[in-house]
Every structure is written in structure tokens, then in C-alpha cells.
Design a protein around this ligand. Structure first.
Ligand code: ACO
Length: 329
């Protein structure tokens, strides 16, 4: 059987750092409130000339370099995002040309679960023999879509991108994947206007309907149920248990969510990776950014098992169990 294995990892975050104290100059909030409720200390914000495809292109180039591949070697590009550059064409097409790729390219939109969905699409294409080298990118500039006068949402998000190169391998890298969706509660987390249901108009702009709307407490309750459940299902599909995990790498939405999940899974808190303090919630980018941090800090070793877990608007959720097959340096 042909498996998919991670052979390259790349990341990119914008230069501009915005601290909680900076946020407190924009809305009525404080470093103490934000840190105690979310764990976030600062976030990166894209410059005016950087859209999601620009962030993603930088991460993709870094992943190609890490894998030792050229753009021509890639035969499929899958981009997960919830802040596309524009309604059409896809962010994947815009990113494709920036990186010099010539392969088919498409977007996956499953909000903060987009990267896990994209990984499933990429791994399936390799396992089915339809592609041998796939670039999977998670890229979001969600700060473009939040209202910087709404303290309930604007303090949470940051911008960034991460990317994996997946290659066909005799060794199993991507193991079991569990995905789920429940479209019955879109109001929990959404951007109502700007699509075909509520096209852009003066009225929608005046009412701020192009910004993220979130019921924070409902998201919290959903996340702390969904993450353990999907992780357990993906582990079962991989013939593994929680004890086999070296690292749980959840979507970085909120430190309190991560701590609650660790307790519910009876996992030591230091096995649940977190970099939310310095990056905030980067949506589809948060999982590959987290893996990149683990990788570049020397915390990943051949044979380690990772649980990559996403959850977000839709509602959507998903977990991928991955064995780290890259050689240690
Ligand atoms: N600074 C100061 N006060 C604030 C802020 C802020 N940034 N934001 C909200 N408040 C105030 C509210 O106005 C409210 O004040 P009031 O009682 O006078 O009306 C008070 O704090 C409590 O508001 P709640 O919304 O009940 O605050 P809560 O304790 O639920 O914390 C939070 C909000 C942090 C968003 C929490 O609900 C949470 O962690 N939810 C998870 C949501 C999440 O992580 N979303 C990430 C994006 S979604 C995703 O990635 C899948």
C-alpha cells in the first residue's frame, strides 16, 4: 500500500507584533483580561500588502525548501483558509502562481478545521495513486475580517500560514483521520455578509455584517466536547490509544480550551502543544504553525506520534494521527 508521509514543513508569520497593551489602546480591554481568559499575550498582523495567499506562499516556499523539492515537483496544491483573498478565484490559484507551481490547485473551507480537511484530501489523493507529492497549506489573515471596535472578537485572532509537503511513501506517515460536521448551528460562529446569501451592500457594511460574529461560550462548550471525541475516534482508526501520542497539537483557539481538553483526555498539560501566547488564534494556520514550532525547536523525533486536531465554524471538527517519519538531524 502507498502511504502519505510528511517530508517538508514550512511556516510564515507577519513581522508586525501587536501586544495586548496595543489592543487596549483600540478597545476597552486589558492585558490581564485577555491573558487570563485566552492565554494570548501578543499576535502577528499582516501588512497592508499581505493577503492570505501571500502568507501561504511564504510558508509553502519554506516547506518546499525543507523537503528539498522544486515547484515543478508538486502535483497537487490544497489550501485551507477561512479568509480567502477574494470570493473568486480561489486562494489556491493565487498562491500557485506566487510559488511558481503548475499543478491543479483548490481551496478547502472548513474554518479552523480547514487544515485537517485539507490533509485528508491530500493524503487520500496520494493513497489512491492520483498524486505523489502534494503541498498542503493553511493560511489565514483573519484580522482582516474582525471588527477592531468589538473587544469580544478582535483580541482573539492573529495572522499566519503553515505548510506541509506530503509525499508517497512505503512508510505510514498519515494514519487514521476522523472528520465531522454539523451545519445545523451556523450562527455560533460566522461572517454573515459578503456571500451569495447576503451580498455586499451599503447596509451590510454599515451594520458591520462582514465581520466575524461569535458566541464565545457556545464555541467553548462545543470545543471541549469535540476535541476529545474526534481525537479518540482518529486514534481508534489508527489502532492506537491516547498513551501512544507523543504530542497532541490542537487548533490554537484558547489556552483554557487546551487545558480543559488535556484534563478530559487525562493527558499531561505539557503534552498538549501551545504557542497561542505569541500567535493568538491563526485559524487554518494554527496546526501547521504549531508543528513547525515543534520541528524547528528540535522537539520532534523520528517515530513520534502526533494528534493534529481542529475545530471551528460550520460547525466542523477533525483529527489526524500522524507518525513523524523525517530523520533526526
Ligand atoms: N476585554 C474586556 N472585557 C471583555 C472582553 C475583552 N477583550 N471581551 C468580552 N468582555 C466582557 C464582555 O463584554 C462581558 O462584559 P459584560 O458582562 O459587562 O457584558 C464579560 O467580559 C463577559 O463576556 P463573555 O463573552 O461572557 O466572556 P467569557 O468569559 O465567555 O470569555 C471568551 C469570552 C474568551 C471568548 C470565551 O467565551 C471563550 O474562550 N470562548 C471560546 C471561543 C474561542 O476560543 N473562539 C476562538 C475563535 S473560534 C475558533 O477558533 C474555532
Amino acid at each position: 500500500m502507498t502511504f502519505a508521509a510528511i517530508t517538508g514543513v514550512g511556516a510564515y508569520v507577519p513581522e508586525r507584533v501587536v501586544t495586548n497593551d496595543d489592543m487596549a489602546t483600540m478597545v476597552e480591554t486589558s492585558d490581564e483580561w485577555i491573558r487570563s481568559r485566552t492565554g494570548i499575550r501578543e499576535r502577528r498582523i499582516a501588512s497592508a500588502d499581505e493577503a492570505s495567499s501571500d502568507l501561504g506562499a511564504r510558508a509553502a516556499q519554506a516547506a518546499l525548501e525543507d523537503a528539498g523539492l522544486a515547484p515543478n515537483d508538486i502535483d497537487l496544491l490544497v489550501v485551507g483558509t477561512s479568509s480567502p483573498d477574494m470570493v473568486m478565484p480561489s486562494t489556491a490559484c493565487l498562491l500557485q502562481t506566487k510559488v511558481g507551481l503548475t499543478c491543479p490547485a483548490f481551496d478547502v473551507m472548513a474554518a479552523c478545521t480547514s487544515f485537517v480537511y485539507a490533509l485528508q484530501a491530500a493524503a487520500s489523493a496520494i493513497e489512491a495513486g492520483r498524486a505523489r507529492r502534494v503541498l498542503v497549506v493553511g493560511a489565514d489573515a483573519l484580522t482582516r475580517l474582525v471588527d477592531f471596535t468589538d473587544r469580544r472578537t478582535c483580541v482573539l485572532f492573529g495572522d499566519g500560514a503553515g505548510a506541509f509537503v506530503l509525499e508517497a511513501s512505503e512508510e505510514a506517515g498519515v494514519l487514521g483521520i476522523d472528520l465531522g460536521a454539523d451545519g445545523s448551528r451556523p450562527e455560533v460562529l460566522r461572517i454573515p455578509a459578503g456571500g451569495s446569501a447576503m451580498p455586499a451592500s451599503h447596509e451590510t457594511v454599515d451594520a458591520g455584517l462582514h465581520f466575524v460574529q461569535m458566541n464565545g461560550q457556545e464555541v467553548f462548550k462545543f470545543a471541549v466536547r469535540a476535541i476529545p471525541a474526534t481525537t479518540k475516534r482518529a486514534l481508534a482508526a489508527s489502532n492506537m490509544t491516547i498513551d501512544d501520542l507523543t504530542w497532541l497539537v490542537p487548533h490554537q483557539a484558547n489556552q483554557r480550551i487546551l487545558d480543559t481538553v488535556a484534563d478530559r483526555l487525562h493527558l499531561a498539560h505539557d503534552r498538549v502543544f501551545s504557542n497561542i501566547e505569541s500567535l493568538g488564534n491563526t485559524s487554518a494556520a494554527s496546526i501547521p504553525l504549531a508543528v513547525s514550532d515543534l520541528y524547528t525547536s528540535g522537539s520532534l523525533h523520528r517515530g513520534d506520534v502526533l494528534g493534529l486536531v481542529g475545530f471551528g465554524a460550520g460547525l466542523t471538527w477533525g483529527a489526524a494521527i500522524v507518525r513523524w517519519t523525517k530523520e533526526d538531524d
